[in-house]
Design a protein around this ligand. Structure first.
Ligand code: SF4
Length: 321
């Protein structure tokens, strides 16, 4: 990976929310990672771990509290108007809920054509119509759908419209924020396969947020695991599933259902006991200590930093000093 171009460089990113005069909710707390050209980086973790806030802060949709986000060397949070306009063309987002993110009374055509118009992508009306038709076909819909209203479509079809809208400006980067979690299970695989196909065809770089590890494994080249605002493990997807290092990752993986009954019997489920600390009142030391069966004395007083335990495999845990 190291020889590949970095699209995003995220350094010590923090996003804190003030709860009272003295208290802060640390949604993202000192997170650093890179996203390389052409890769899909998956970020997983339980709900409330900060993964979506992290993604949105990387895109400048949320103000940061500290740290730095560079997009192709440019500071996302201090872009001038013109630079930000260009950035919004290069970086697009697929939202979690296609029912909430698309106006149900809008014509599909207008939704997809909006970005084309804003960024002056077409030379005239004819070219704009052709682009909308091609985008609809690219996402598995057809050109006739352009004249219909969004409310006439199912959830899966609406997500396809959302993908067509995102691709209308020919972006280089897609931020997919739990794009299948609001969809029927039967439709989820279709949308994942569509995103994988488009990523390959259009050489996109993607940040894919999900709480389901099996989905992330399928689509990602590398996976980062977040827990209570911190990244606790980051490595190649295969490596994470074969050789998870962090006790939290091990527990998450042990909970993935396995179809093969023999393998299922062999697999030991790691139950997570103990309370999850409040993100407003985080403990000293490791945030996972209250639920970790391998907790040591040092874990209760010193917060572990991310270290590289093998090439490209980063873990924040005192077991790997
Ligand atoms: Fe468990 Fe300690 Fe590692 Fe935290 S640092 S995950 S408490 S072993």
């Amino acid at each position: 990976m190291k020889d590949r171009k970095k699209i995003f460089e995220i350094r010590h990113l923090k996003k804190y929310y003030s709860v009272s005069q003295k208290q802060w909710l640390k949604a993202v707390d000192d997170v650093s990672f890179d996203i390389y050209e052409g890769e899909t980086l998956g970020i997983v973790g339980e709900s409330g771990c900060g993964k979506t806030t992290c993604g949105k802060t990387c895109l400048g949709m949320i103000e940061k509290s500290g740290g730095e986000v560079l997009f192709m060397g440019q500071d996302v949070h201090s872009m001038k108007r013109r630079e930000h306009f260009e950035f919004t063309k290069k970086v697009q987002m697929i939202f979690q809920d296609p029912y909430a993110s698309l106006d149900p009374h809008q014509k599909v055509y207008n939704i997809i054509a909006e970005g084309i118009r804003i960024h002056k992508m077409a030379k005239g009306k004819k070219e704009e119509e052709k682009m909308v038709s091609e985008l609809l076909e690219m996402v598995g819909l057809n050109a006739e759908h352009a004249s219909r209203n969004v409310h006439e479509f199912s959830g899966g079809q609406r997500q396809r419209i959302g993908i067509a809208r995102a691709l209308s400006v020919n972006p280089e980067f897609l931020f997919c924020d739990e794009p299948i979690s609001a969809l029927d299970v039967s439709i989820q695989a279709q949308i994942i396969n569509l995103l994988m196909k488009l990523q390959k065809e259009r050489k996109l770089t993607m940040l894919f947020i999900a709480h389901d590890l099996s989905v992330v494994k399928h689509i990602s080249d590398r996976v980062g695991v977040m827990y209570l605002g911190r990244m606790v493990e980051l490595t190649m997807a295969d490596q994470l599933y074969i050789n998870p290092k962090h006790p939290y990752t091990q527990a998450l993986l042990s909970a993935i259902p396995i179809a093969d009954p023999d393998e299922c019997k062999r697999k030991e489920r790691i139950m997570l006991d103990g309370d999850v600390p409040s993100p407003i009142n985080l403990p000293l030391g490791c945030r996972f200590a209250s639920r970790c069966s391998k907790c040591m004395e040092i874990c209760k007083s010193i917060e572990p930093n991310m270290i590289e335990v093998e090439q490209g495999h980063f873990v924040a845990c005192h077991l790997y000093k």
